[in-house]
Design a protein around this ligand. Structure first.
Ligand code: COA
Length: 388
């Protein structure tokens, strides 16, 4: 009995933005970007929302064909048959994103509504670029608990959709050449089913490390903590604080209305950076070590040798990170899925999109064993080992 992967899909906006296009915005060139990252182009949303991308990827995983501006492709395991799966049969939707269309309702709620997944419980999960492995791990845990003995004490979860969707172009500083070259928009989805087959997810590994120096941030507060402390107060003090708060809120509303984020500081009027900020070299060092550890740990937990893994599907942040990991693990680079050249870094979506590519390219077949790896802001890292 286990949690098997029975479908996956990816979606991307139609606009292709090349390195040469970006060289018109910032002081960079195609050769530098290709050599340092492996990226040749990325997809950028124009009118497409995160919901549009997420729904298209989910539909591809379910085998639902629709026409629309978002290009999509998918894979479904043979026993699913040709007919599309009814979204109302889905029990759980987890959406991983750092660029949702809204904070409330959740991205997952917007997807649920558009898909017509009327019986699904849904919520968002933020583990930055590790989202895919955290989402899969949480879904697998919920399914295992729901299908264990005394399952009547929990929501039933036989089918789950795990979706990573990002419109990062909205949170990228297009004047910063050290970050804007790296990111793209897109979505990936996996359909999980609880089944009697002894296949599916065989081990998971999650790990957090404090990002004490703020090496990778988005929307981070700079300066004083904006939350006021609330000590126990006398009624007079409470009244006076209420009056002060009303003033503060009125001032905040005024400054929002007159808002003009100062391009010099990159901060909005309340001191929050609306953009991804990164110390590239520090993140590179963290990521390179994290991929190696995550692959080794997932294999050790499943009792499988690293040599027996057919394909490693890592988060696509930089081809050099993947090549470093291959060397350290003593594996040929062909044993790693490389999709970064055409998609760039799509954060929580990237490994899910790369998995769909691997299946489309025939690099992964029924019965094969694979490890998905994530790493990113938090700092987060992790892996999921599964047999298809
Ligand atoms: N085009 C041209 N030159 C650039 C550039 C660009 N887009 N970005 C930086 N440079 C310059 C720097 O200013 C620096 O110039 P200097 O030597 O005159 O000071 C030089 O190139 C080298 O910069 P450096 O930061 O050392 O490059 P790097 O080899 O570390 O590559 C990254 C930069 C961002 C590609 C790399 O550090 C990286 O990929 N880090 C990890 C990022 C990541 O994975 N993030 C997401 C995690 S989920």
């Amino acid at each position: 009995m286990g949690c098997t992967i029975v479908g996956c899909g990816k979606a991307a906006p139609s606009l292709v933005v090349t390195n040469d296009d970006i060289a018109h915005l910032v002081d960079t060139d195609n050769e530098w970007i290709v050599q340092r990252t492996g990226i040749r182009c990325r997809r950028i949303a124009q009118g497409e929302s995160t919901t549009d991308l997420a729904v298209a990827a989910a539909e591809a995983a379910l085998g639902i064909e629709t026409d629309g501006p978002v290009g999509k492709s998918g894979w479904r395991c043979a026993h699913q048959g040709a007919a599309p799966l009814d979204p109302s049969s889905i029990d759980l939707i987890i959406c991983m994103t750092i660029s949702p269309d809204a904070t409330m309702p959740s991205q997952a709620a917007l997807v649920r509504q558009r898909l017509g997944a009327t019986d699904a419980v849904c919520f968002d999960l933020n583990a930055a670029c590790s989202g895919c492995v955290y989402g899969l791990s949480v879904a697998e845990s919920m399914m295992a608990a729901a299908n264990a003995t005394r399952s009547c004490t929990r929501n039933p979860v036989k089918r789950a959709l795990v979706i990573g969707a990002e419109r990062l172009s909205r949170v990228v500083d297009w004047t910063d050449r050290t970050t804007c070259i790296l990111f793209g928009d897109g979505a990936g989805a996996i359909l999980l089913e609880w089944s009697d087959a002894p296949l599916g997810i065989l081990s998971t590994f999650l790990k957090n490390t404090d990002d004490t120096d703020g090496h990778l941030t988005l929307g981070a507060a700079h300066g004083a903590n904006p939350s006021p402390p609330f000590p126990i107060e006398t009624p007079e003090a409470r009244l006076s604080r209420a009056a002060r708060q009303t003033d503060v809120l009125a001032d905040a509303a005024d400054s929002r209305r007159n808002a003009s984020a100062t391009p010099e500081s990159g901060l909005d009027p309340e001191g929050f950076s609306p953009y991804i900020a990164m110390n590239g070299q520090a993140v590179f060092r963290f990521a390179a070590a994290a991929v190696v550890e995550a692959v080794e740990e997932a294999c050790a937990r499943a009792g499988v040798s690293v040599d027996d893994i057919d394909l490693i599907v890592p988060h696509q942040a930089n081809e050099r990170i993947i090549r470093y990991a291959a060397k350290k693990l003593g594996l040929p680079i062909e044993r790693f899925q490389l999709s970064i050249n055409a998609s760039a870094n799509t954060s929580a979506a990237s490994a899910l999109m790369a998995l769909t590519d691997a299946l489309a390219q025939g690099k992964l077949r029924a019965g094969d064993t694979a490890v998905m790896v994530g790493f990113g802001g938090g700092l987060t890292a992790g892996s999921v080992l599964f047999q298809l």
